[in-house]
Design a protein around this ligand. Sequence first.
Ligand SMILES: Nc1ncnc2c1ncn2[C@@H]1O[C@H](COP(=O)(O)OP(=O)(O)OP(=O)(O)O)[C@@H](O)[C@H]1O
Length: 885
Amino acid sequence: MSKIDDIFHALIKLNQQDVPEGIDASQISRKLGIDRSTASRYLNELVRQDKVVKVPGKPVKYRAKPSASPAASRFMPKTHGVGKSLEPILEQAMAAFLYPTKSLPILLTGETGTGKTYLAETLSKLAKKQMVPTRDFPFIVFNCADYAQNAELLVGQIFGIKEGAFTGAIRDQEGLVEQADGGILFLDEIHRLPPSGQEMLFYLMDKGVYRRLGEAIRTRHANVTLIGATTEDPGKVLLPTLYRRFSVKLNLPPLRERTREERKVLINHFLAEEAGKMGQALAITDNCREALLSYPCPGNIGQLKSDIQIACAHAYLRYLKSNREKVLITAEDLPEEVYVYATRSNLKQIRTIDGSGNWPETGQDDFSLPNIYRHLANQSDHKSLQDVIKTYIRELSRRYHQPHVSKQGWQQLIDKDLFQALTRARHELKDVFPVEPDINQLYVIGLHLQNFRNHQKQQTNKESLPIVIHPNVAYRRASRHLARYLDKEIGLKLPDEEVELIAHFLPDRPTEVYTASGQSVAIILVTHGDAAASSMADVTNTLLGNKVIHAIDMPLNLSASSIYERVKEKIKSLEQVSGVLLLVDIGSLITMGDTIRHDVDIPVKTLSCVNLPMVLEAGRKSLVTDLTLDDIYDAAKKAMTTFFRENEAEKNIKKKRMIATVCFTGEGAAQLLESWLKDQLSAWDQDVIIRTVRIDPTTKDTSVLNDLKNYYDMIAIIGTVPVSIKGIPYIPAWELLQQDGISRMTKLLEVTRKTPVFPEKSEVAAEEIYSLAVQGLGEIVTHVNPKTVAAILDRHLPPIRDFYSWDTDRELGMWMHLGSLMDRIVAAQLKNDSHKLTAAIPLDGKIVITDQEKEVWKPLLTALENTFSVTISDSVEKELIKLSR
Ligand SMILES: Nc1ncnc2c1ncn2[C@@H]1O[C@H](COP(=O)(O)OP(=O)(O)OP(=O)(O)O)[C@@H](O)[C@H]1O
C-alpha cells in the first residue's frame, strides 16, 4: 500500500474511533510515525483528489469523505428512476450507511416534492438487500408535521410514552425509536420537533440512549440510523447541536434546476408506471408532452407525478366510454396549470408509451380542447346533438370546478378582453337574461368562446357547426343580446350557430350546475383526546345557537380502524347531506376522507390542524343553505390562515415561561435544582417549564440556551456554571438556596406572569370554592392556617366579588392569591422584613382608587390584619385593587 493510501485508511479509522469532526495532521503523523509536514502534504493531496474534506479551524482538521469509501459504489443500482443527477446523492447516502462500524446520520434538504422520502425509501431498500439480507431491517417513516399541533404527542410518538406522562396518556406506549431499532428511522419535516425533542434526538444519535416521555429514571438503548428531512433551511430551524451531529447533509435539487433530459426521464417513468397499472397501451399528444416538460411545477417531482396520474385517470375514463384501442392523453385531461401550457403549443403528434417508457411516433391528430366542432359535425339526430352539447358544457364546468383553479387561472385561459367583457356583461345585461347568470357560468361561456376563437385561428378548413335550437325562446333572445354586446364591446363576431349554441349554456336555475340544491353540508370534527372535539363543538354550537358541528372524540388508545368506522357510521347516520367537511387535528387523517368518500358515496373534504376559529367559520357558513362544500371548505381554510397570521404578532406574548438549570454535565446539580424548583412553584406558576442544560466545561458553548431562548420566554438561568445570556438573569445555585435567592426567584416569577394561571381550567361551582381553596392553599402556604384564611374570605369576600362581578374561576383565583399573600406577609413580619414586602406587580402611580372601592375592601383587610396581627401596606392594597378590576 502506498503512503497516501496508508494515510487515507488511517484517517478513516481515526475518524470512526474519534469524533467525526476530523483529525489534524499531527495526529496522523504520530499514528503513522511520519513527520508532520509529510502527513500534511499527503492530506492535501487527498483533498485535491476529492477523497478528504478540510475542516477549517486551528489546527485545520481532515475528514474522509463518506462517498470516497470504496464499499459504497459497489451497491449502487445500475439504472434507476431517480435519474442521473440523483445518482451521486444516492451514492453519498449509501456511503454514509456503509460507514464502518456505525452508519452516519443523514440530513436531507430540499423543497417539497423533490424526492426526499423517495430517496430514503430507496436507500432502505438497497440497504436491506445488499447489507443485511438475513436480519430484520426495519424502515420506519414518520412525518413530524402530522403532530406539529401537539408537541407532547409528537415527542411521545417518537420516543414512546410512559403512562400518566400527560393527560390522556392512559397506558405505556412504545415509540418509533423502539420500532426502528436495528434499522432506519426517517423523520420528515424534522424541524417541527420542539427543542426538547431535538435534544432527545441528539442524545440518541450521540449516545444511542433515550427515554420515553415521562420516564425519569429508566434509560433505554437503541441502534437507529436516523435520516432527517426538512424543507426549511436546517441551520436556522434545528438546534445547532443536532444540526452539527448530522455528518452527511444532502440537498435534493428542485425540478426547475434539473435538466430537460432528467425531467423527460421522470415523465417517461411515471407514464410507464401508469400504463403498467392500467394494463393498456397509453398514448400522449406531443403538445401535452411538451406542456409536462415545460410547465413550472412548483411542487416538484411529487406534483409532476400526481399531475400525470390525474391526466391518466381522465384519459382512462374517456377510453372506457369510447371504442378506442388505447388510452390517449390529450390536453383536456391535464390539470389546469399544465393545460395552459398545452394550449400554447402547436404540436400535433401523438406518441405511445410502451412499457419501457419510450415514445415512438404514431402520427394521429391532436385534440387539445374538447372538440365540440368535430363531435357536433359527426352527429345526425337532434337528440344526440343535445347530448353532445350537454356533455360539452358539463365538461367545461367540471374544469372550472377543479379545486385548484382560481379566478386568475381562468383569466389565463380566457383572453383578457373577453374575460373583462363577460364580467361587465353580467351586470349590464342583467335584465335580458331569463335568470341572472352566475359569474361562473359566464366564465364557462367564456371558455367556449375562447375555444371558438382558437378554432377560428387554427383551422384552415373550418368545420361548420350545426344549428341546435334551444326550445325556450327567452334563452335564444338572451344569447342574441350577449352576442351583440360582445360584438359592440370587443368586436367578437359570432355566427348564428354559435349564438344558438350559447343559449344552451344559460341554465334554468343559476346554481343548477354547481350545487345539489336542498341539501346541506355536514361538519364533523375529529380530534385526539377524550373530550377535545366535543368541547370545541359545544362551544361552537352554543355560540351559533344551532347544533351544526358533530364531534367525534378519539382517545389516544383508539386504533385507526375504529376511528375510521366511527366517522363512517356518523356520516351514514346523517340525513339529507350533500357533502361532508371533516375537520381534523392531524394531517395523517386527511387520507381518511378520501377513503370514506368511496364508502359513503358523498363528497368529503378534509381540513387538518383544526382550531376554534376554523370550526366557528365552518359552522357559520354551513347554516347558509346555498353554499357548497367547496365554499365552506375555502371559508374555513381562510379562517385558519387569518388566525395564524394574527397569532404570529402575539407569539411573543404567548411564549411559555422557562427556567434553565445549568451544570457541567446537565445531570448533576442541574437535575437537583430542577426537582427542587418544581416543588417550589406555586399554583400560579405551574405553566413554567424547567429545563436542565449541559454546559461544556471547555467551550462554555451557550448555543443550546440561545436556541431555547428563541422558543421560550426564559426568565432565569440557575446553576453552577456562570453563563451570560443577554437580557436573562443568572442566579448562582448557592444564592438561590438562601432566602434572598428565593425572594429574587419569587419576584421574577411574579413579574413575568402574563395572566393569572388557575390551577384548574374547568369551571368551578360556587359551593366548591371553599374546599378547593383550603385544599389548594394547604399545598402552598406554610405560615398561616389555610382554614383560618378561608373562613375570613368566606365571610368578607362575597361583597367584593359582587362589586367587581367576578365569575367563580376568578373568585377562586383571588382566594388563592389572598391566601398566599397572607402567608408571605406573615413570613416577612416574622423576620422583621415586612418593609420589603411591597407590590409585586408594577403600579403605575396613575391608579385611582375610588372611595367606594376602599369601603368595599375595608372589612376584609381589617379582618385579615386583626386575625394575623400584621399590617397590609398601601402598595399591597393598591395591587389587590388593581388585580381585582
Ligand atoms: N427520483 C424519483 N423517481 C421516481 N419517483 C420519484 C422520484 N423522486 C420523487 N418521486 C416521487 O415523487 C413523489 C414525491 O416525492 P417525495 O414524497 O419523496 O418528496 P419529498 O421531498 O419527501 O416531499 P415533502 O417534503 O413534501 O415530504 C413521491 O410519490 C415519489 O415516489
